[in-house]
Design a protein around this ligand. Structure first.
Ligand SMILES: C[S@@+](CC[C@H](N)C(=O)[O-])C[C@H]1O[C@@H](n2cnc3c(N)ncnc32)[C@H](O)[C@@H]1O
Length: 262
């Protein structure tokens, strides 16, 4: 985690100086790419039936998720927890741009030793955090402890069977992979993870392509505009979307699991 966090530290410190256009562009791209992830959070917030739920982001990083959600749910309180104080610097910049209110709280702290009482949060989520822990026992136990019974935990991690896994492990082997150490999870791994920590897996999904696949998608889109006949293109797109929705967690870049605490 040390090397990983050195990279994050640099990035979050730099972000405080980024322009409004950059931050908004990044946020827009990110929200588009994370539609499914946000959909799970939205559903979890709805099912609480509480007018002012408490949401916790574990490893809030740039602060973009927490800011976006605090703005979307003004009656909720969103806690953005990160071990790096530089994360709050970046988060406050995003919050200023989005004009987020006092319902967004930046909390520097360690997710393996949280200061919150048991059963405090209605929804807990993370995006790109769990894979940086060689041993997830402490962080998982803490998340389960502070989650209310009936509450939802959503994790978003890299999916094992993708080109990104090969690229990442090669990079780590050659000591040339900037974000440092990281692992990945398959559908089976996430099923076992939930079981181990007493959580019920209620949904699973995949999203995002890795960079090489994005190149292929771009090439396809170009061909669709020129030589692929419209009916064939429509057929590909509809079927592909359905296929991705059903089986994306087996081959896309990111896998998300939605757990309920009984
Ligand atoms: C990949 S980043 C998350 C990025 C975030 N999803 C975003 O969109 O900006 C992972 C984050 O987890 C944080 N982290 C690592 N260990 C942690 C711990 N023990 N407690 C809290 N946060 C931690 C890191 O500092 C880093 O900001």
């Amino acid at each position: 985690m040390k090397k990983t966090n050195t990279g994050f530290k640099k990035e979050y410190s730099k972000r405080a100086g980024y322009s409004k256009e950059f931050i908004l562009g990044d946020l827009h791209r990110y929200i588009e790419a994370n539609k499914l992830f946000y959909g799970y959070i939205e559903k979890a917030v709805k099912t609480t039936k509480i007018p002012n739920p408490k949401l916790l982001e574990v490893g809030s990083g740039t602060g973009r998720n927490a800011c976006y959600l605090a703005k979307k749910y003004p009656k909720a309180t969103v806690y953005a927890l990160d071990i790096l104080k530089e994360s709050a610097v970046s988060g406050k910049k995003v919050a200023g741009i989005l004009k987020c209110g006092a319902n967004l709280k930046f909390i520097p702290g360690d997710a393996t030793k949280m200061k919150y009482p048991d059963k405090y949060f209605d929804v807990i989520y993370s995006q790109g955090t769990l894979e940086h822990f060689k041993d997830v026992t402490a962080i998982m136990k803490e998340q389960v402890r502070v989650l209310k019974p009936g509450g939802t935990l959503i994790v978003n991690v890299p999916q094992t069977y993708s080109y990104y896994t090969i690229k990442k492990h090669l990079g780590m082997l050659l000591n040339k992979w900037e974000p440092g150490w990281e692992t990945e999870y398959s559908y089976g791994d996430l099923k076992r993870l939930g079981k181990k920590f007493g959580l019920k897996l209620t949904n699973v999904g995949g999203q995002e392509y890795d960079s090489k696949i994005i190149e292929l998608v771009k090439a396809y889109k170009f061909l669709a505009k020129t030589i692929i006949p419209k009916p064939l293109d429509n057929f590909f797109r509809t079927d592909w979307t359905k296929f991705k929705e059903k089986y994306g967690h087996f081959f896309l870049l990111e896998i998300m699991a939605v757990y309920k605490k009984p």
